[in-house]
Design a protein around this ligand. Structure first.
Ligand code: DHB
Ligand code: FE
Length: 288
């Protein structure tokens, strides 16, 4: 049977990817951020998954505003890297896991999550930057297959935090019912506080971010009680991306152990957060 072995939460700021692509990670602006990634990266190197389910949002780069599903799941064999206007990032194409995708779509629909299917999808920074956070030097190929799970965080009304957490719980059940022995990691991407436009552009709310970073481990139910308006007020219009961390958290189940975390301001306009959790079983033993 498949298992969820760990969960990674990470911001997906495009310039974090650009800093890696252009060899700037040792520059004074970027070094503290990348130094903060080191412990998580080392641990993940030693605990490699077969597949990563990456919860992310497209930023109207390859999924236009003509059709905005609340939730969607990629079912393709391969996901080209999107050109977001300045050429494709120089990273490998993303290889899918169509069999696992087909299983997850069916299980989620049977579990009352009427999820859209993306049989063709270019993936933007929301997905490729977290992959680079996991694996900074992929060479010709990423070290695992990927199943993209999309959440609408850009057009009102976005799904509630509670619904995202419940989706994550259903996702965890669906992964664990896949009959093949697969080690699956779940990525929750986006956040932390940021707002890219309007009168509050550039806002950062460190107390809220630090509360979220702590509470996502210890009391996710408290975070599901917040409305989308609460998230936007406290974390900014784009800070609402944090609801995608709750999908990841739901998939991990109740017994987890924090491996590492980090918080750094600024990364572009964003408070960049990272948190890595290992999944334990009911008896406190490591899963996987
Ligand atoms: C930035 C952050 C994001 O989450 C994003 O999707 C695009 C840009 C930024 O801070 O620059
Ligand atoms: Fe974003």
């Amino acid at each position: 049977m498949a298992d969820v072995i760990w969960g990674l939460a990470t911001s997906h700021v495009p310039s974090i990817g650009a800093a890696m692509d252009h060899g700037k990670t040792d520059e004074p602006y970027w070094k503290p951020l990348f130094d903060g990634y080191a412990p998580a990266r080392k641990w993940m190197q030693d605990h490699r998954p077969d597949v990563a389910v990456v919860i992310y949002n497209d930023h109207a780069n390859s999924v236009g505003l003509d059709l905005v599903p609340a939730f969607g799941l990629g079912t393709a064999e391969r996901y080209p890297v999107a050109d977001e206007g300045w050429g494709r990032r120089p990273v490998p194409p993303v290889i899918g896991s169509p069999e696992l995708s087909a299983h997850l779509v069916r299980e989620l629909i049977d579990d009352s999550f009427d999820i859209a299917t993306f049989n063709q999808l270019d993936v933007d920074h929301g997905l490729t930057v977290p992959l680079s956070v996991y694996c900074p030097d992929p060479g010709d190929a990423w070290p695992c297959a990927v199943v993209p799970l999309l959440v609408n965080v850009i057009q009102y009304p976005q799904p509630t935090a509670a619904r995202c957490y419940a989706l994550g719980q259903a996702l965890g059940r669906a992964i664990r019912s896949f009959p093949q022995d697969l080690r699956v990691a779940v990525f929750g991407t986006g956040g932390m506080s940021h707002q890219l436009a309007g009168a509050r552009a550039g806002m950062i709310n460190e107390p809220f971010d630090r509360m979220f970073l702590e509470t996502v481990e210890s009391d996710p139910a408290r975070l599901t009680a917040l409305t989308r308006e609460d998230y936007i007020r406290e974390a900014g219009t784009e800070g609402l991306e944090l609801i995608m961390w709750l999908v990841m958290r739901g998939a991990l189940g109740p017994n987890i152990r924090r491996i590492s975390d980090g918080y750094h301001v600024p990364a572009s306009n964003t408070a960049a957060g990272i948190a890595l959790f290992e999944v334990m079983d009911r008896n406190g033993s490591v899963v996987g």
